[in-house]
Design a protein around this ligand. Structure first.
Ligand code: TRP
Ligand code: SF4
Length: 324
């Protein structure tokens, strides 16, 4: 039997090309592992309980983002967390023996409490404290051995391992110890040089058309000291160049020409826009296929059915270990 993977994302807004490498990573794991990919809507509510999120629409968009990048429902279970109630049951059972202090000392807890508190969110809630415990249940309900995530999630995976270990110690060996699979995530800035974020209006959406890509690339900040086309440029301070590093196979040539003052910024940007478009075009195409009536709904329904079978088998073991 192949080892299992679980990973998830909160459906809080459409994805941009900064998220692309994570999804490409997931897609690449699908042959080697039995994959479960959950759209974690309960997690979205832990921080967004007041936001009146249009979760139905957000979930559909997220599923389309995933499918368009190559998450393949023939290979992997793609589903909505809240449709597999076993996650909630395991979370509840974990809460019986997880010390509050473990949750309070997860580094992201205090950081986020403060950061989102400054943005006017009151997160002194039971659900927010339990966020990583619900995440542990997401992972362990599939007995996943690996969890592909970004570096920021390491403390959460560590807590998950501790919770699993404590369960095994108290009730008998049920859970494996999942490993975080940290993929290479190149940090792309937004077109204005700040962090790429939809809320800064500086992101290139995964669904961007050729025209939208052109507009965004034109907005990118270039070497401020370069006034004329034949001035030598400094790619290391140029946002365009950071994108070339990911999207342009002959990046070396572009950099040399920039440094030698042989290529103008307008031409350089045009070339980048073409290269980004080459990557996104097949995704746009596949998105059209999945966007047809009822297809996403069917994927999510079948994904939940598949996930429930695995999760139910784990829960039978868990209940029996607990004697309930
Ligand atoms: N906390 C994760 C994030 O913000 C999302 C998540 C929820 C998750 N449950 C998970 C990731 C389980 C991996 C495994 O990105
Ligand atoms: Fe940036 Fe390209 Fe202009 Fe060089 S030529 S400064 S890499 S946009």
């Amino acid at each position: 039997m192949r080892n299992r993977i679980f990973s998830g994302m909160r459906p809080t807004g459409s994805l941009h090309i900064g998220h692309l490498s994570v999804l490409q990573n997931w897609a690449a794991l699908q042959d080697e592992y039995e994959c479960y990919f959950g759209i974690v809507d309960w997690h979205a509510l832990t921080t967004g309980y007041e936001d009146k999120l249009d979760l139905k629409a957000l979930i559909r968009e997220m599923a389309l983002d995933w499918l368009s990048v190559g998450i393949d429902p023939e290979k992997s279970a793609v589903f909505i967390q809240s449709q597999v109630k076993e996650h909630a049951e395991l979370h509840l059972l974990f809460s019986m023996f997880t010390p509050i202090s473990w949750l309070e000392r997860v580094p992201t807890y205090k950081d986020q409490l403060q950061q989102l508190g400054n943005e006017g969110k009151d997160l002194h809630t039971y659900g927010f404290l339990g966020y990583p415990l619900l995440q542990a249940a997401d992972i362990l309900v599939y007995k996943a051995k690996a969890v592909p995530v970004g570096e920021d999630q390491i403390p959460h995976i560590e807590l998950c391992r501790e919770v699993g270990r404590r369960f095994n110690y108290l009730y008998g060996n049920v859970f494996p110890e999942p490993q975080a699979l940290i993929g290479k995530v190149p940090l792309l800035p937004g077109v204005d040089g700040r962090k790429m974020s939809k809320s800064y209006n500086n992101a290139i959406s995964l669904t961007a058309s050729t025209e939208e890509i052109n507009i965004r690339v034109k907005q990118m900040i270039t070497d401020p000291e370069r006034l004329r086309k034949d001035d030598p440029g400094h790619p290391e301070v140029c946002v365009v160049s950071k994108f070339h590093h990911i999207y342009t196979p002959d990046i070396k040539r572009v950099e040399e020409e920039c440094c030698a003052g042989k290529i103008g910024c307008v031409a350089c940007k045009k070339y980048l826009a073409e290269n980004i478009d080459k990557v996104l075009a097949p995704y746009r195409e596949r998105r059209l296929f999945w966007d047809e009536d009822g297809k996403v709904e069917k994927v999510l329904q079948e994904g939940a059915e598949k996930a429930r079978i695995t999760a139910a088998a784990t829960m039978a073991e868990v209940r029996s270990a607990l004697g309930i």
